[in-house]
Design a protein around this ligand. Structure first.
Ligand SMILES: C[S@@+](CC[C@H](N)C(=O)[O-])C[C@H]1O[C@@H](n2cnc3c(N)ncnc32)[C@H](O)[C@@H]1O
Length: 239
């Protein structure tokens, strides 16, 4: 793991980094329980939509403990996958997993996705999972992702979104704002963190709004694919 520049000292960035450091030890287990393992299926779909070419160089933004990194390598072990995240305890878990389960080349870099230590046009594709809600500047982060992609490469973002159907939205609200903090507190070890995570969706753009931000950041051919009864969205854009 290589250490790069320090993340900006913005209040939100510091809070988010420390919060993930607190929940890192049980992050994977809590995720599996909260999504009844559906997150693994959604990640496979995101990877299929990225459709990486053989021997490609792929970036996973906000890689956390590496779920998408290892998913990409399970999909195709000829890939070289770089995960970037600014939270050291999450990266330590990713590195430990790499020793146990990586089938190809997995690299982990500590850094902020709003200012990545990579040259223009470095990657053949990029992913991001359940993270865009946490960054200080959404369009700035998307622009940065586009900068490090080769022209024509895809960026695939997988995240929770507000369901469009009013009934589903209501049921989702009960689960997301009620059960998630409860289970997150019991299993994940921090009710505060699992109260913040759902709340980070409240002021985040809906799926159409996020697609618009992709276009503002310069992505072309922007598509939105909804899963999980409309509560999960995958956005795909071309650099
Ligand atoms: C909810 S976790 C998602 C982890 C992983 N992508 C997954 O799908 O399980 C969010 C991750 O984003 C990271 N993160 C949030 N803001 C970041 C930023 N500005 N730069 C780098 N990492 C960031 C956190 O440290 C955390 O590991």
């Amino acid at each position: 793991m290589s250490s790069t520049r320090e993340p900006p000292a913005s209040g939100k960035a510091v809070f988010v980094r420390e919060m993930f450091a607190t929940i890192a030890p049980r992050y994977d287990l809590t995720n599996r329980i909260l999504t009844v393992r559906q997150d693994e299926r959604w990640r496979r779909r995101a990877i299929a939509l990225l459709a990486p070419r053989k021997h490609g160089e792929i970036l996973d933004c906000c890689c956390g403990t590496g779920d998408l990194v290892f998913g990409l390598l399970r999909h195709d072990r000829t890939l070289t996958v770089t995960g970037i995240d600014f939270c050291e305890p999450m990266l330590e878990r990713a590195a430990a997993r790499a020793r146990r389960e990586a089938r190809g080349v997995a690299r982990f870099v500590q850094g902020d996705v709003m200012a990545m230590p990579f040259r223009e046009g470095t990657f053949d594709g990029a992913t991001m999972g359940f993270s865009l809600r946490n960054v200080v500047d959404v369009v700035g982060t998307l622009r940065e992702a586009r900068r490090v992609l080769r022209p024509g490469a895809r960026f695939v973002n997988l995240d929770v979104t507000k369901p469009a159907n009013p009934l589903v939205r209501r049921l989702f609200g009960l689960y997301f704002y009620g059960i998630v903090p409860l289970v997150g507190g019991l299993v994940g070890g921090s009710k505060t963190a699992y109260r913040y995570l759902p709340n980070s969706l409240t002021n985040f753009p809906d799926a159409a709004g996020l697609a618009e931000r992709f276009r503002t950041a310069g992505f072309a051919d922007v598509r939105t694919i909804r899963l999980g009864f409309g509560a999960i969205a995958i956005h795909v854009g071309t650099a």
